[in-house]
Design a protein around this ligand. Structure first.
Ligand SMILES: Cc1cc2nc3c(=O)[nH]c(=O)nc-3n(C[C@H](O)[C@H](O)[C@H](O)COP(=O)(O)OP(=O)(O)OC[C@H]3O[C@@H](n4cnc5c(N)ncnc54)[C@H](O)[C@@H]3O)c2cc1C
Length: 383
């Protein structure tokens, strides 16, 4: 494997700790969670206690006080055991909205519980009528007097495809606070579990990511304090644009790690299994396919690690994050398909990691910005 100078000794110690946790607390249970369509809440509390949640959130709010490198370690170690859970959404996508834009009161109220795994967090952008075109969302939030005469937000609408939605203890909802103002009318508001009028569906029946719960969320005259506004009114779209590059980089990190893990698994499988008296890896077709994959994956690793270093140093640009996600997920689609083919019929069994990785990978070209949307972003810098 390509040497990775972005990590130091401290990260490697953290990696060992994360690896032990994944092997002990995830791997033996993961197939059951896939059948149930979600992971148990108890698991989140264990992950919190082990320091695996919110690794980049400062210690004063209960987080790990680390950098994006610690977040990458957690993501990569989850990949190693073939687990796909919404931890990165919780820790590296939702918690940063609260940290960067939330009021001190909101941060003190929510972040320690996210870090401890007492609350599972979601971000609600997508709606049945709109996904890629975020500024066209219709979920509304208006100010209205509450029973005590004080103003509150009243939220109405629906979100779909929300990761961690079934387990969700808090969701940051993208709402229209000024429907006439387009992107400038979008605001982010935190809604907590148990708030009257806030309900969710059962986990959605997806073709993959079976243990990562995904649900529809419904808001029917949901009243929350004005204080639940995350950042400034009307700045929600700007915040989403500022945070989406990290979300896309996390997906690239996950994809690169998946390709490396599955390349190793495929080399192992094809070296072991004999067909017509020879290990599969001895056929020239197999060697060429694996050699090509190895070369592309090594190139991908170098670019993704450069993006990680850039993100830690100065924050990755939306163009570079789009490039990383686009290339990583497209290569993942291409090579996981080749690896599955080299496994023959066993590749199609969900008992083998490759089959599950192949089906789970498909969504990465859709969620977090489709490949077409990413090309659109990259094309804006062409001239
Ligand atoms: C498993 C899963 C988990 C998800 N988790 C979350 C979550 O936690 N929170 C959340 O808010 N959302 C989540 N999503 C939603 C996801 O982000 C959207 O599905 C995605 O943004 C695409 O939106 P859409 O499904 O409405 O597709 P559409 O926007 O309807 O796109 C359909 C097709 O049109 C193409 N298209 C759209 N715009 C353009 C364009 N400008 N040029 C060319 N082609 C275009 C797209 O590329 C795509 O091929 C999740 C989705 C899935 C499947």
């Amino acid at each position: 494997m390509t040497a990775r100078p972005i990590f130091d000794e401290e990260h490697e110690l953290f990696r060992e700790q994360a690896r032990r946790f994944c092997e002990r607390e995830i791997a033996p249970h993961f197939r059951d969670w896939e059948r149930q369509g979600c992971s148990p809440r108890e698991f989140w509390r264990k992950a919190g206690a082990a320091g695996l949640l919110c690794t980049t959130i400062p210690a004063e709010y209960g987080g790990g006080g680390g950098t994006f490198l610690h977040a990458c370690v957690v993501t990569e170690e989850m990949v190693r055991v073939g687990a796909n859970l919404g931890i990165a959404v919780h820790s590296d996508m939702v918690a940063p909205y609260l940290l960067h834009y939330g009021s001190e009161t909101l941060k003190r109220r929510l972040l320690p519980r996210l870090c401890a795994g007492e609350l599972v967090a979601s971000i609600g952008m997508t709606e049945p009528g709109t996904g890629s075109d975020l500024k066209s969302i219709r979920t509304s939030a208006v100010r209205a007097a509450g029973p005590d005469g004080r103003e509150q937000w009243v939220i109405n609408g629906q979100k779909v495809w929300i990761t961690n939605g079934y387990n969700c203890g808090v969701v940051i909802v993208a709402c229209k606070t000024d429907p006439a103002a387009g992107a400038k009318g979008v605001s982010l508001i935190a809604v907590e579990e148990g708030t009257p009028g806030f309900t969710r569906s059962q986990p959605m029946d997806k073709i993959g990511l079976k243990a990562q719960d995904t649900a529809e969320l419904f808001f029917d005259d949901v009243r929350v304090p004005l204080d639940n506004l995350v950042g400034d009114e009307g700045r929600g779209f700007v915040y989403l644009m500022q945070q989406l590059p990290q979300e896309r980089l996390v997906i690239a990190v996950r994809s690169a790690a998946t390709l490396e893990t599955q390349l190793d698994a495929t080399i192992g499988y094809t070296a072991e299994r004999k067909v017509f008296g020879n290990p599969i890896i001895d056929f020239q077709n197999s060697r060429f396919k694996l050699a090509e994959a190895k070369a592309y994956i090594a190139m991908l690793r170098t670019f993704v690690d450069a993006c990680i270093a850039e993100h830690v140093a100065v924050g990755i640009s939306s163009e570079r994050a789009a490039m990383a996600k686009l290339v990583a997920t497209e290569l993942m689609g291409r090579y996981l398909d080749e690896f599955l083919q080299l496994h023959g019929g066993y590749g199609y069994s969900s008992e083998y990691g490759i089959g599950r990785a192949w089906v789970d990978a498909r969504v990465t070209r859709i969620a977090g910005g489709t490949s077409e949307v990413l090309k659109d972003i990259i094309s804006r810098g062409l001239r």
